[in-house]
Design a protein around this ligand. Structure first.
Ligand code: ATP
Ligand code: MG
Length: 283
């Protein structure tokens, strides 16, 4: 394999984050809206810009070696691809929803009802698992207006904040699947050197995103408590200060328990806490 090809969404909800991720991996390429293929100048890679629906098949058929696409699209197209890495963006759930004034109260109430969706394959599997027989109406968009038009009794659609449901007089009724953007590859090809190199770059960017670099001053007489609150990659760096009663500590902490840690550190006597974003973490 001389040049890798990666397929990403041309425009839409995943485009910007996919481009940002690849640029953060140090890849140089032009992001012209008009071009379908963009060569990367400093890595043997070409970027293909496609409709998201086409990405899983392109990867399965080997036209692209890699792809970035929502899990929902992969499940819906029923292709055989390898899941290489969850990417942490494009998070949403495929939900059932019913009108606020619906008399349906539980899942079995969907028996014999019409459900509009753009995800008939996933919905069909879900309903079969639940033992529900409903009439799935496949439509290509604007699913949320179909109950109001009298086209369906319920819908099954992607939701992130729930705002669209609300503004159409609908309420969520059940989760069918949750989804985020993932890096996919062709089955059996994921071990090649170039693909592994790219996966490692992506992972180092994701790791850095989840982590902050923290510098703080701590009183020596409470050093153990402060260090106990700081995990670090190996262990925190401790630097002496001119004032012998104090030291400076440098370390990294996970974003998710950031605020908890900071208030615990302050209670333990830490001062002058400086928090910085990290670009990459290579283990
Ligand atoms: P394309 O023109 O490429 O076919 P699209 O209109 O099918 O685009 P988008 O609306 O851009 O798709 O959504 C792309 C993906 O973003 C979805 O498949 C899903 O994985 C993810 N996503 C995240 N949040 C939402 C949301 N609230 N609604 C729809 N998709 C979402
Ligand atoms: Mg699409």
């Amino acid at each position: 394999m001389k040049t890798l090809k990666i397929a990403i969404q041309k425009s839409g909800r995943l485009n910007e984050k996919s481009v940002e991720l690849l640029k953060n991996c140090g890849l140089n390429f032009e992001n012209y809206k008009s071009s379908l293929i963009s060569p990367v100048s400093n890595f043997p890679l070409e970027i293909l810009f496609l409709r998201d629906d086409d990405i899983p098949e392109y990867v399965q058929d080997g036209i692209a070696h890699l792809g970035i696409v929502g899990e929902n699209v992969i499940q819906e197209t029923e292709v055989e691809v390898a899941y290489l890495q969850k990417l942490g963006f494009g998070k949403c759930s495929l939900k059932l929803a019913i009108p606020n004034n619906s008399d349906i109260t539980d899942l079995s109430g969907l028996n014999g009802k019409a459900i509009a969706t753009t995800y008939p394959v996933i919905l069909n599997k879900y309903l079969q698992n639940q033992g529900i027989q409903a009439d799935i109406r496949t439509i290509s968009g604007s699913v949320e207006i179909s109950p109001g038009l009298g086209l369906s009794d319920a819908i099954c659609d992607l939701v992130s904040t729930g705002g669209t449901l609300k503004s159409n007089g609908l309420k969520p009724f059940g989760d069918v699947m949750s989804s985020e953007a993932v890096l996919i590859g062709r089955k059996g090809e994921e071990d090649t050197d170039l693909i592994q190199e790219l996966i490692q770059r992506i992972q180092s960017v994701l790791r850095a995103k989840e982590t902050k670099y923290v510098m703080l001053n701590a009183p020596k007489d409470n050093l153990e408590t402060v260090i106990g609150l700081l995990p670090g990659i190996k262990s925190p760096t401790i630097v002496p200060l001119a004032d012998e009663k104090w030291v400076a500590i440098h370390t990294v902490i996970p974003e998710r328990d950031f605020w908890d840690r900071i208030s615990q550190l302050k209670q333990a006597g830490a001062q002058g806490i400086v928090v910085m974003p990290i670009e990459k973490i290579i283990l």
